[in-house]
Design a protein around this ligand. Structure first.
Ligand SMILES: Cc1cc2nc3c(=O)[nH]c(=O)nc-3n(C[C@H](O)[C@H](O)[C@H](O)COP(=O)(O)O)c2cc1C
Length: 175
């Protein structure tokens, strides 16, 4: 799929079916994630965790529902693959790692769309990890890394249709 078509096709899916994502597709998505721009070329400050344990997804989902006061909420929407992007925070730049993580996630979402997969950017799980910090250790992160963003990836029953690429609602030129 052309990049322009992947951009037009990517959209948030909030209902995944049970069809698993193949390992080859997961690896293609990881390759896209680590090809993203990262501040100062600090790719070694990014770590990707592919969570495919239904048990861990259920635990993080339960903690997130608890944090939101909505016990039945599934922040993964049934997806069986959740890629967590973790970063090693930088001295003096307390927010730049969030930007690094966001770039990595967007690259993964676009690759997923290009492979015909459904996806959604996830932030809400962070609330679950704040609610139950002990769950972070179940991600087996390298020392010093913190989870910042994630992507749920899977299959949707309805194929995604490309959307028209509209101009921003608010923009200007300065010439
Ligand atoms: C930083 C960020 C955090 C997000 N967190 C969540 C989330 O936790 N759960 C969710 O369902 N969608 C989440 N989204 C998806 C947005 O709601 C979605 O991208 C937006 O509504 C536009 O829809 P589209 O992705 O279909 O174009 C997040 C998106 C971004 C960029």
């Amino acid at each position: 799929m052309e990049l322009i078509d992947a951009i037009a096709t990517r959209q948030s899916t909030r209902k995944f079916n049970a069809v698993p994502v193949t390992e080859a597709d997961v690896k293609a998505i990881l390759r896209a994630g680590c090809a993203a721009p990262v501040a100062n070329g600090g790719h070694d400050r990014l770590h990707f965790t592919v969570v495919q344990s239904r048990e861990l997804l259920r635990k993080i989902g339960g903690a997130t529902g608890k944090a939101f006061g909505t016990p039945d909420y599934d922040p993964f929407y049934g997806a069986g693959t959740f890629v967590v992007v973790s970063v090693k925070p930088r001295e003096g730049e307390p927010t730049i790692e969030v930007a690094d993580g966001a770039c990595a996630v967007e690259n993964m979402l676009l690759m997923a769309a290009g492979l015909g997969l459904a996806s959604v950017y996830l932030w809400s799980f962070r609330w679950g990890l704040k609610e139950q910090p002990a769950l972070i250790s179940e991600l087996s992160l390298p020392e010093g890394f913190l989870p910042v963003s994630g992507a749920a990836i899977g299959h949707a029953d309805e194929p995604l249709a490309p959307r028209e690429l509209a101009l921003p609602g608010s923009y200007n030129f300065v010439k």
